[in-house]
Ligand binder design. Structure first.
Ligand SMILES: Cc1cc2nc3c(=O)[nH]c(=O)nc-3n(C[C@H](O)[C@H](O)[C@H](O)COP(=O)(O)OP(=O)(O)OC[C@H]3O[C@@H](n4cnc5c(N)ncnc54)[C@H](O)[C@@H]3O)c2cc1C
Ligand code: FES
Length: 260
């Protein structure tokens, strides 16, 4: 059940170009959290900006009762968030939405592009606990826009990086690296989050080999709890019904979505 809390900020620091990591204490929320869900944050003191900002659960420490976020400064809201300091209180709602299915004992590939890597760390942690063989493919424009490699390594997951400028790992698109280096016959399940063209390439590859997986979608959000239709979207052009990304998602089966 979503909770509304005042999270106590433990740290908020820059970890890459325009990339920040914030950890806050919210034990009740941390205990309820599942990979792929998100929190909805009021970033200002008053009602400006009016709307909360949705951010994925990057990592959760259920022993400590803390939640960590990874966010990219995109505009005013995320810029205000970066001004928070340790010991300040954060007005946060969550965990919200439907997260990833947690498979067990399988060989899984996680493909993250840019800050789309955010929901994949907590996912990798929970998949490792369930005896999966986890390989993470992380794509970015440049190494200074990537920050989580050591965190995945510390979990024991395999990690491969691709950068457009060749400053880390494979030079080129993460999906080209996937096609060159991953044997589809050695994979059982895909998870992906990032720009839709990247997720479309992952889904196309999975479908080509008859493999299943899940995608995490982003839409503009207002209420974040299914009450305003602000995030409504048809998953396929031929669908009659709209889904609410905040409540029915943000995670959906790959074959249920036409990515654009
Ligand atoms: C479920 C969900 C999880 C998310 N998780 C993360 C995360 O873990 N880390 C992270 O950095 N970002 C994440 N985002 C995106 C993040 O919510 C937006 O970048 C943020 O709300 C922008 O707020 P702002 O006030 O800084 O920028 P604004 O001034 O509101 O917008 C700046 C730019 O960002 C674009 N933008 C704003 N909101 C969205 C959105 N929802 N989807 C796509 N583009 C948007 C705008 O078109 C504009 O170009 C997530 C979004 C959703 C829906
Ligand atoms: S943001 Fe209001 S219904 Fe999804």
């Amino acid at each position: 059940m979503p909770l509304s809390a005042k999270g106590l900020v433990i740290s908020n620091q820059q970890v890459g170009r325009d990339l920040w990591e914030m950890e806050f204490l919210a034990p009740g929320m941390a205990a309820e959290s599942k990979p792929g869900q998100f929190v909805h944050i009021r970033v200002g003191d008053d009602h400006d900006p009016l709307l909360r900002r949705p951010l994925s659960l990057y990592d959760v420490d259920q022993n400590l009762g803390s939640i960590t976020l990874l966010y990219k400064i995109a505009g005013r809201g995320t810029n205000l968030l970066s001004k928070f300091e340790a010991d300040q209180l954060l007005d946060v709602m969550g965990p919200l939405g439907r997260g990833f299915t947690l498979v067990e004992g399988r060989r899984v590939i996680l493909v993250g592009g840019g800050v789309g890597i955010a929901p994949l760390l907590f996912l990798a942690r929970e998949l490792q606990v369930r005896q999966n063989e986890v390989t993470v493919l992380y794509g970015g424009s440049s190494s200074d826009e990537m920050c989580s490699l050591d965190r995945f390594v510390n979990l024991g997951a395999g990690i491969m990086a691709a950068t457009l400028d060749g400053s880390a790992g494979f030079r080129g698109l993460v999906t080209d690296m996937m096609k060159k280096s991953i044997d589809p016959l050695s994979i059982d399940y895909f998870y992906t989050c990032g720009p839709e063209p990247m997720m479309a390439a992952v889904a196309e590859y999975a479908v080509q080999y008859g493999l299943a997986g899940e995608v995490s979608l982003e839409e503009y959000m207002a209420c974040g709890v299914g009450a305003c239709l602000g995030c409504a979207r048809k998953l396929k052009a031929s669908d009659n019904a709209y889904v609410k990304i905040c409540k029915d998602g943000p995670v959906f089966p790959m074959d249920a979505v036409e990515l654009r």
